[in-house]
Structures are given as structure tokens and as C-alpha cells.
Design a protein around this ligand. Structure first.
Ligand code: MRU
Length: 349
């Protein structure tokens, strides 16, 4: 299985698969310095809500390794500054602040130790975050595979697979588990404009796993559903509000509207770490706006007039009313949604 984020063999760096260059090239990169970690997250070398949480926590540890000989006070100040810098890299996925807050809670418990001992505690916490993510993905797969009948045709958007997590993915986890159990499953992968996570990443990882996959451009999903060729949609999530409104990759909302029109179930698969009980509804979710040139110069080619105005939100919000059910590590959750009591133990806010 793909390991999107892990420790380097010597343990001093976060090893990621560089998702900017897939599927043309397979490159692994080791992140050590704070700026390397921030740049990798900001430029989507490592991406997907769970993966950026894991990479943020592990990257915090790696970025502090070179400073472990500093006096304890200075080291603690640095720790807090690095945590704040990593946390601010991308605003929408709650997994990133969730993971960083867990790291800060660990630091608060261990702040009287030497920098070396403190860093050891932080490393153990980051490793636990990675391991828990792996287990949550597996449980999402096991709960969700019951939704996938023999010969099911699944439509997904963006990449919420192994590349986006520490484990087997969220939206793709039920597909992987159903396939593991001998079922034939076919996946339609929306291309996912403008950064093509669907065609570059989802298609790559499914093909590598031997699961039949067909790519379509985002605007083709409606007509595909109209032909009756889609049994269910499953997407991932970046932040789920207390009332179930869900931020995910731009285009997810359109897919949910079209799915409702055609009577196709629309599922959101996510770990508990993506639920934000502190946010009451989708209107309160901060949506990342990305650079205009991601649209005007797609992958370096001029694809619009060089100075044309561009609307480029990275995510949209699907209202809870359009979501058939959530597939979580704790089971399948159906309406009426109330996530206010989730994640209380996470120590966030
Ligand atoms: O901008 P990205 O590629 O990080 O966006 C990713 C998504 O929207 C995913 O669907 C979401 O993070 C869930 S990943 C398991």
C-alpha cells in the first residue's frame, strides 16, 4: 500500500510522496526544515485533510530536531512559533489545527522536561497521530464496504484515497475493503479542476491497486448519472460542521446537487479528526482561496488570458441536507446530524 507520509529511515525527517509530479514521476521527498514542511503543505506536495494533519505534526518534530541543543526556554518559544506557522499554512481542513493542537497539548504536559525529552514526547505523539489515522481509515473502510454491492459503480471527486491519508484513504477505503473481500467495483474519478487530483492521483492509485477506474471531466458527471451508470457517490471531507454541512474539494457541492436530482446516494467518508464541533454550520467554515494562475496557467500552460480575473476557491460546502450518510471510523451516521459532542477528547480549542 502507498505510504503518503512516514518517518524517513533515520527518523530525522518526514518522508512524503511528492504529489505535485504524479502521475508522470514518482518522487519521495524528505522534509526537515520548517520552510520545507510549510512549502510542501502549501503547494500540495502533501495534501488531503488527514495527510496534512499527520505531516504537520511530524513536520513540527522534524523542524525542531536541529534546535534541540538550545536552552529550554528558547526551545519552547521556537516550538510554539513553528506550531503556529505550520497551523496557518492551509485554513480549511480541520485536521491540521486538530493535529497541531494535540502536539501543543503534549508540549504543555511535558514542558518541564529537557528539550530532548520534550522532543521525544512530541515524536511519540506525532507517531500516534499517524497510527490512529491509519486505523481510522481501515475502520471507515470496514463500515463503508457494506454500501458497495457486487459490481457497484462508484463516482468520487478529488483524491480521498491512500495518497490523502496515513492509511488506505477515506472515500476510497470502502472501495479497497470491498475489493479485498473479492467484490468487483468500478470507480469513476472526476478529473477535479483545477489541480486534477482526481485524474492525476485517484486514477493513479486505483490503477496501481488493480481497481478499474474511468476518468471524466467534472462537467461530465451529470450526464453520466443521467445514463444510470452511477450507483453511489463517495467523497471525502476537509471539515464537517456540527450540523453536518461539509467542506470538501470544490465541485463536491455540484456533485451532491446532481446526485440528489438523479436519486443517487451521496456519501461523505471521513475520520473523526475531520469533524469540527466548534463550527456550527457550513457558513462558518473558512474556505481557502488559491492563486489565480492555478486556473490561468494550468501546469505551466496558458489556459486563459494571462490577466483575466479568476474565481478559485479550493473548497465548497455541501449542505447536510444533500448528504445521504457519513461513513466514519465510528460507523455510518445518518440524519439528523448532530456532531456537537464529537472530538471532545481532542483537546482542541
Ligand atoms: O486541496 P486538497 O487536494 O488537499 O483537497 C483534498 C480534498 O478535498 C479531499 O477530498 C479531502 O481533504 C479529504 S482527503 C481524505
Amino acid at each position: 500500500m502507498i505510504e503518503a507520509v512516514r518517518w524517513s529511515p533515520s527518523g530525522d525527517a518526514v518522508r512524503i510522496i511528492d504529489q505535485r509530479v504524479l502521475p508522470g514521476e514518482y518522487v519521495e521527498r524528505d522534509l526537515r526544515m520548517l520552510e520545507e514542511v510549510r512549502d510542501a503543505i502549501a503547494t500540495l506536495a502533501v495534501r488531503g485533510a488527514p495527510a496534512i494533519g499527520v505531516a504537520g505534526a511530524m513536520g513540527l518534530v522534524a523542524s525542531l530536531e536541529a534546535h534541540v541543543e538550545e536552552p529550554a526556554d528558547r526551545f519552547l518559544d521556537r516550538l510554539r512559533a513553528h506550531a503556529a506557522a505550520i497551523r496557518a499554512t492551509r485554513p480549511t481542513a480541520v485536521n491540521l489545527p486538530w493535529a497541531i493542537d494535540r502536539m501543543l497539548a503534549t508540549a504543555n504536559r511535558a514542558h518541564e522536561r529537557s528539550p530532548r525529552a520534550l522532543l521525544d514526547s512530541l515524536r511519540a505523539e506525532a507517531t500516534a497521530i499517524l497510527e490512529e489515522d491509519r486505523q481510522m481509515c481501515r475502520r471507515i473502510g470496514e463500515h463503508g464496504e457494506s454500501l458497495i454491492a457486487e459490481r457497484a459503480r462508484v463516482l468520487t471527486h478529488c483524491n480521498a484515497g491512500a495518497l490523502a491519508t496515513g492509511g488506505i484513504g477515506t472515500a476510497l477505503a470502502p472501495v479497497y475493503v470491498a475489493a479485498e473481500r473479492g467484490r468487483t467495483v468500478a470507480v469513476y474519478a472526476d478529473e477535479t479542476r483545477p489541480l486534477l487530483q482526481g485524474s492525476r492521483l485517484t486514477a493513479w492509485e486505483l490503477a496501481r491497486a488493480g481497481i478499474p477506474v474511468t476518468v471524466l471531466t467534472d462537467g461530465m458527471a451529470a450526464s453520466l448519472m443521467r445514463t444510470g451508470a452511477v450507483d453511489l457517490c463517495i467523497v471525502g471531507a476537509d471539515r464537517i460542521a456540527a450540523n453536518g454541512d461539509t467542506a470538501n474539494k470544490i465541485g463536491s457541492y455540484a456533485l451532491a446537487v446532481v446526485a440528489r436530482h438523479h436519486g443517487v446516494p451521496f456519501y461523505v467518508a471521513a475520520p473523526s479528526s475531520t469533524i469540527d464541533p466548534a463550527v456550527p454550520d457550513g457558513d462558518s467554515i473558512v474556505i481557502e482561496q488559491r492563486a489565480a494562475d492555478e486556473v490561468r496557467r494550468s501546469f505551466g500552460t496558458l489556459t486563459a488570458p494571462a490577466d483575466v480575473a479568476v474565481y478559485n476557491p479550493a473548497f465548497d460546502v455541501t449542505p447536510a441536507a444533500l448528504i445521504t450518510a457519513f461513513v466514519t471510523d465510528r460507523g455510518i451516521v445518518r440524519a439528523p446530524y448532530d456532531f456537537r459532542a464529537w472530538n471532545d477528547a481532542g483537546g482542541r480549542r
